[in-house]
Design a protein around this ligand. Structure first.
Ligand code: CA
Length: 220
């Protein structure tokens, strides 16, 4: 899961990013409304956390522009305490939820998870089964023939990208985009390292290499 934070208060943005990264999300941060619109418009994010008072373009206009362009990414708006903009106004522009500053980090994480879960269950069950493998994308738990397998947050995120598109070829760059943030400047072959760890933990047969194209998760 990849999240975008659009927030010009840099300390707040960075502490949110740090916390959400520790939860296992890939997190990108921008501090300007126009840049936020540009990034979110790339369509690679699973959720956007959007402040209202921003340089460049305010959060309402960013949200409205994304909706007008047909993007349905969940948007959590951060509103100011002074009620300069009210809740109804935030929801009218197409935001999915709002949070009034100052908020507790625990509440923010709960709202993020609820929005991602709502989105996940709107289309399909959060539990994906492929052969002997069962992945609960909401609880972030993995079972192989009913035995729970312990994965790190990053290992889970890589597996999640494969399992939600089971039977399809998923390219290394798709996995990189969704699991690592744009500040990652290391070797893109890191994906191979994670896939080989997953094969070791889950058995070599589940994740097929499709030469020159990527990986495909399939039963048997
Ligand atoms: Ca602000």
């Amino acid at each position: 899961m990849r999240l975008l934070i659009v927030e010009d208060e840099k300390r707040l943005a960075l502490s949110l990013a740090k916390g959400l990264t520790a939860e296992g999300y890939a997190v990108d941060v921008v501090h300007d409304g126009l840049e936020g619109l540009h990034r979110a418009g790339e369509g690679v994010y699973d959720l956007v956390i959007l402040d209202i008072m921003l340089p460049g373009m305010n959060g309402y206009r960013v949200c409205a522009a994304l909706r007008a362009a047909g993007h349905d990414v969940p948007i959590l708006m951060l509103t100011a305490k002074d009620g300069e903009y009210d809740e109804a106004e935030g929801l009218d522009t197409g935001a999915d939820d709002y949070l009034t500053k100052p908020f507790s980090y625990v509440v923010l994480v709960a709202r993020v998870k609820a929005l991602l879960r709502r989105r996940g269950t709107a289309g399909a069950s959060p539990v994906r089964v492929v052969g002997d493998l069962k992945v609960d994308t909401a609880a972030r738990r993995v079972f192989l023939t009913e035995r729970e397998i312990t994965l790190t947050a990053k290992e889970f995120s890589v597996l999640e990208q494969l399992v939600v598109r089971a039977g399809e070829v998923v390219s290394k760059s798709d996995i990189l985009e969704h699991v690592w943030d744009f500040a990652y400047e290391g070797d893109p072959n890191i994906v191979e390292v994670y896939v080989s760890t997953l094969r070791r933990k889950l058995g070599a047969h589940l994740i097929k290499t499709v030469r020159g194209a990527g990986y495909r998760l399939e039963a048997g």
